[in-house]
Design a protein around this ligand. Structure first.
Ligand code: DOR
Length: 457
């Protein structure tokens, strides 16, 4: 059990808060669940009596990460994940808020199921959980869900994620409703006909492995349609986990035209290419040989891991802000879902606990500035959901993540809080570790190595 107190002084860390352009060594006082103040390190500060101090020297202190897109699997698939285990994984990954996708059983297509998730999260969750409601009843794509009822129940947006919404008339109506409800339609863009039976990205790797490919066009064509419908309706469109240079280009053009579209990208589409399915980590020759780990079902995900060029385009799009936010698409699965042939395996990667470590490879490799990375994990997603979180401004909820950007660690899924051990990163050494996660002034995760002391008084 973590010892928690009403007063914390987080001392001497590099405070990085993109919401206020802050990047300086400083001290943060947390009082009654809120950020009381931030002061420059060395400024005359006398911590109040009974204040507990956490030494953050050499560490980054930033707003808690906000995940726009994860799968907590409850209700219905508790063998894969529960709200308790998924939110614990989130805390370990530095996430203080997660938006839970509605592809549960039953799906979140009515008020009472959404209320159930909220109540469970309150009772058993360790970070904030905001449910996403379905666009269509049962996520079947043929009849709209009661969107107003879902909005009243507190959803943050609407999505049939996992099942792209193919019916253009329903998409048009949903976008029209999104306007009056002020909540986005989040589509998993993939033309079902172009997708049919695909298992990985369509390209030379799929040909080499004899697996049916999913063309990049499957994503781009539906993204184009959705953008056209957002323009027609004036609705709010958010494209989930984009993965291709072609869809990025469509988003860029739409934003230039002032169409209300935003999008997200996952850590894996920023750091892994289709080469990972070949058993090879995307280095060296553009046509590497088949590796010992070929047909690794842990690298099967939807949208699929794309070409190296697509990965570079995603990084560039994120840096430029065409891609608004990073979202994990944490998709935990059980062993039986993955210990099978590549064609039979479920799509999805367990991401919450490796997100920061894998994203830090971009920072260490010089392709993404650290403040940009933090912005896309905090302030940017907060803006998209219209939240007062994602900031350390005085008086805001004390949702804080403390990380060591240089600490190396080895991914060991047996230590995951998540039930989903499905990651192609097993055994990889990552550099960049979450040291503590605080939600509303309460530590929800804290590394044993952090130094703490109590001030006099
Ligand atoms: O890989 C994926 N897994 N992509 C999705 O869109 C759904 C997710 C899941 O629910 O397992």
């Amino acid at each position: 059990m973590l010892d928690n107190h009403l007063l914390w002084l987080i001392k001497g860390g590099r405070v990085l808060d993109p919401s206020q352009g802050l990047d300086q060594v400083g001290n943060i006082l947390v009082k009654d669940g809120k950020v009381a103040w931030i002061k420059k390190h060395g400024a005359a500060t006398s911590p109040p009596d009974n204040c507990h101090t956490l030494d953050a020297k050499g560490l980054i202190v930033c707003p808690g990460f906000i995940d726009l897109h994860c799968h907590l699997r409850e209700p219905g698939y508790e063998d894969k994940e529960t709200i308790a285990t998924g939110t614990m994984a989130a805390a370990r990954g530095g996430f203080t808020t997660v938006c839970a996708m509605p592809n549960t059983n039953p799906p979140l297509d009515n008020g009472p199921t959404v209320e159930f998730v909220k109540r469970k999260a309150q009772e058993e969750g360790v970070v904030r959980v905001i449910p996403v409601g379905c666009i269509t009843k049962g996520r079947l794509g043929n009849q709209m869900a009661e969107m107003a009822e879902l909005a009243r129940a507190g959803v943050v947006g609407f999505s049939d994620d996992g099942s792209p919404l193919a019916d253009s008339n329903i998409m048009r109506s949903a976008l029209s409703y999104s306007r009056s409800l002020g909540l986005p339609i989040i589509n998993h863009c993939e033309d079902p006909d172009l997708f049919r039976g695909g298992a990985m990205n369509e390209g030379w790797v799929s040909t080499r492995l004899g697996l049916k490919g999913i063309p990049t066009t499957a994503e781009a064509t539906m993204a184009s349609r959705d953008i056209a419908l957002a323009e027609l309706t004036g609705g709010r469109l958010h494209l989930a986990h984009i993965s291709t240079a072609a869809s990025l280009e469509r988003v860029r053009q739409a934003k230039e035209k002032g169409i209300r579209v935003t999008c997200e990208v996952t850590p894996h589409h920023l750091t892994m290419s289709e080469d990972w399915v070949l058993g090879n980590r995307g280095e060296g020759s553009p046509f590497p040989p088949l590796g010992a780990g070929a047909y690794n079902t842990m690298a099967k995900v939807n949208p699929p891991l794309r070409s190296r060029e697509d990965v570079q385009a995603m990084i560039q799009g994120l840096r430029e802000g065409i891609i608004d936010a990073i979202a994990t698409d944490h998709a935990p699965h059980s062993h039986v879902d993955k210990l099978c042939t590549f064609d039979e395996a479920a799509f999805g990667i367990s991401v919450l606990e490796t997100a920061l470590g894998s994203l830090m490879t971009l920072v260490h490799g010089g392709s993404l500035p650290l403040p940009t990375l933090i912005a896309r994990l905090t302030w940017a997603p907060a803006q998209l959901i219209g939240s007062d979180l994602g900031t350390l401004k005085d008086g805001s909820p004390a949702d804080i993540t403390i990380l060591d950007p240089d600490a190396p660690w080895v991914v060991d899924t047996s230590q995951f809080a998540s039930k989903g051990k499905n990651t192609p990163l097993e055994g990889a050494t990552l550099k960049g570790k979450v040291m503590a996660t605080m939600v509303a002034g309460t530590f929800r995760y804290r590394d044993d190595k952090l130094k703490m002391e109590q001030a006099d008084g």
